[in-house]
Design a protein around this ligand. Structure first.
Ligand SMILES: NC(=O)c1ccc[n+]([C@@H]2O[C@H](COP(=O)([O-])OP(=O)(O)OC[C@H]3O[C@@H](n4cnc5c(N)ncnc54)[C@H](O)[C@@H]3O)[C@@H](O)[C@H]2O)c1
Length: 336
C-alpha cells in the first residue's frame, strides 16, 4: 500500500484529492495519510473551476492528518509520494524538500519560475533516486496523445504548419490573486501558454528559433503570441491571452497541417480532414488527470520511468517560454 499526502488545497488540489479518492477506490493500493494547506472544515467547501465544480466533502479523511506547514508534514509522516498543487513560486522549494526527504512528488505545472529552479529539482530527484513528475496533464489527453501518434506514424505525410491557441477570462480566483503577478506565476506565458508550448515540444521537439509579441494592458504579461521556426522549414504559431472579459468562456484549439490532411482539436474532440472524408478517431474515454495520476502512481510503484513525460523534457518547455518572454521584451528573433 502506497501512502500519500497532498500539499495545496485550492482548485487543483481539491481536483487531485477527488481523483485520487476515485483511483484509490478502484485500484486499492494507495492510502491518503496527510493534507497540508487546508483544515477538515475547508474540505466541506466545493470549488468552481473552468472545467466544472469540485466537491470533496464526501472524501473519507478519517485516517488523514492535517498540517499548516509542509515541513511539519514531512517530519511527521512516512509517505511514498505527495501531490503538490501550490502557487508556482513554491514549486521548486517544495519539490526539492520532498525529494531530499525521500518522497516522490507530482508537482503541478509549470515546472518552476526559472531554469535554475528546474535544474535544482532535477538534481534533487537524481540524488534521491525518487520520482519527480510535472503535472503537464495535456500529455495525457486522449486527443493530443492520438495526434502525436498520427504525427509519428507519418500516415498523412509530413507536417508543414501547426497552430495552438488558448483564450481565457482573467483568472481572478486564485489564493491572494498570486496568479496575476508575473513574479509569482510567470504570467500568462508560463501559466497558460505553457500548456501549448509543452504540447509543441512533446509532439515536434524544440524549434530552432522564435519571435514573440506580448501585451501588458490590464496586467503584466497578459498575452503572448509566437512564431516558431523549425530546421526542416516547419512553422508553428501559438498564442494565449488571459485578459478577456469575465463573461468569455475559456477555449483552446489546435490545428496541424499535414501534406495529405489537416487535424483539428476543438472542444475536446479530434477531427481529421482529408480531401475525401472527415474522420473522428476513436479515443480512450479516461480523464487526463486520472491518467496522469495513474501514470505517476505506477512509476512510484514499479520504479519504471514514464515514456510520456520526464523532468528534462519539461525543463525544455520552460526554456522555450523564457526565450519567448525575452523575444517579446527585445523585439528580436531568438535562436534556441
Ligand atoms: N494542470 C492544470 O491544468 C492546472 C490547472 C490549474 C492550476 N494548475 C497549477 O496548480 C497550481 C495551483 O493552482 P490553483 O489554481 O489550485 O491555485 P489556488 O490559488 O486555487 O490554490 C493554491 C493553494 O495553495 C495553498 N498554499 C499556498 N501556500 C502554501 C504552502 N506554503 N503550503 C501549503 N499550501 C499552500 C493556498 O492556500 C491555496 O489553497 C499552480 O501551479 C497552477 O499552475 C494546473
Amino acid at each position: 500500500m502506497l501512502k500519500y499526502g497532498l500539499i495545496g488545497m485550492g482548485g487543483l488540489g481539491k481536483l487531485h484529492l477527488s481523483n485520487l479518492d476515485k483511483i484509490g477506490k478502484k485500484r486499492g493500493d494507495i492510502c491518503l495519510k496527510a493534507i497540508c494547506g487546508a483544515t477538515k472544515e475547508d474540505l466541506k467547501k466545493s470549488v468552481g473551476l473552468n472545467i466544472g465544480t469540485v466537491d470533496v466533502s464526501k472524501v473519507n479523511v478519517d485516517n488523514c492528518n492535517f498540517y499548516g506547514d509542509y515541513k511539519e508534514l514531512f517530519e511527521n509522516e512516512e509517505l511514498d509520494f505527495v501531490v503538490a498543487a501550490i502557487p508556482t513560486y513554491l514549486h521548486k522549494e517544495i519539490a526539492v524538500y520532498a525529494l531530499e526527504h525521500g518522497v516522490s512528488i507530482l508537482s503541478e505545472k509549470p515546472m518552476a519560475l526559472t531554469l535554475d529552479g528546474c535544474d535544482r529539482m532535477i538534481e534533487a530527484a537524481n540524488k534521491s533516486g525518487k520520482h519527480l513528475m510535472i503535472g503537464h496533464c495535456m500529455r495525457f489527453y486522449s486527443t493530443y496523445s492520438k495526434l502525436k501518434e498520427i504525427v509519428d506514424s507519418g500516415i498523412y505525410g509530413k507536417v508543414y504548419r501547426a497552430e495552438f491557441t488558448r483564450y481565457s477570462q482573467m483568472p481572478k480566483w486564485t489564493w491572494n490573486n498570486w496568479i496575476l503577478d508575473p513574479e509569482m506565476s510567470g504570467g500568462c506565458p508560463l501559466d497558460l501558454h505553457v500548456h501549448d508550448v509543452d504540447m509543441m515540444n512533446y509532439i515536434f521537439g524544440s524549434p530552432k528559433s522564435l519571435f514573440s509579441t506580448a501585451t501588458n494592458k490590464k496586467v503584466e504579461l497578459e498575452s503572448i503570441f509566437t512564431q516558431y521556426y523549425y530546421e526542416d522549414g516547419m512553422v508553428v504559431i501559438s498564442g494565449a491571452d488571459w485578459s478577456l472579459p469575465d463573461t468569455y468562456k475559456f477555449n483552446a484549439q489546435c490545428m496541424v497541417n499535414f501534406e495529405k490532411a489537416a487535424a483539428v482539436i476543438k472542444d475536446n474532440e479530434l477531427t481529421i480532414y482529408t480531401d475525401d472524408e472527415v474522420i473522428k478517431p476513436e479515443l480512450s474515454g479516461e480523464s487526463e488527470f486520472i491518467s496522469e495520476l495513474n501514470a505517476f502512481i505506477d512509476m512510484v510503484k514499479t520504479g519504471e520511468k514514464s515514456k510520456v513525460t520526464s523532468p528534462e523534457s519539461i525543463r525544455e518547455t520552460v526554456r522555450i517560454i523564457k526565450a519567448e518572454v525575452e523575444s517579446a521584451k527585445t523585439r528580436k528573433i531568438i535562436e534556441l
